[in-house]
Design a protein around this ligand. Structure first.
Ligand code: 5GP
Length: 116
């Protein structure tokens, strides 16, 4: 799949679409999901345009690690010290709807397993 530079999260990164930002650095940003599935639901996205996890490469190793560490940082900042879930939906069958790689951080309620 080719990266669509006009996708929703690219527009959020460009500031064309507003978001409720909670964290930003040179590699990524994090903002609240518009349709939260838990009391805390934050999305962490890289600035780099990678459509989905299966298209990340060896060269993205550090970036992927960084996204996970930022996921923890925003979870702690949201008071999720008792626990939270990190999810990456990869591809339509897994529920991915926006094709700019993103990490969901969910918490603030008990989360069932297995997921739907
Ligand atoms: P996916 O289904 O691709 O894993 O996750 C995409 C997420 O983006 C969904 O949880 C959806 O609620 C969220 N989302 C869709 N449109 C917007 C928007 O305009 N702003 C924000 N903040 N989140 C959005």
């Amino acid at each position: 799949m080719n990266y669509d530079p006009d996708n929703l999260f690219a527009k959020i990164l460009e500031g064309e679409i507003p978001c409720n930002s909670v964290y930003e650095d040179e590699h990524c940003m994090a903002f609240r999901d518009i349709n939260p599935q838990a009391p805390s639901h934050i999305l962490v996205i890289p600035r780099k345009g990678i459509p989905q996890l299966s298209q990340a490469g060896e060269e993205d190793k550090e970036l992927l690690g960084h996204l996970i560490l930022v996921a923890n940082k925003v979870a702690q900042a949201d008071g999720l010290d008792e626990g939270y879930r990190v999810v990456v939906n990869c591809g339509e069958p897994a529920g991915q709807t926006v094709f700019h790689l993103h990490v969901h951080v969910l918490g603030g309620r008990a989360l069932d397993w297995p997921p739907g």
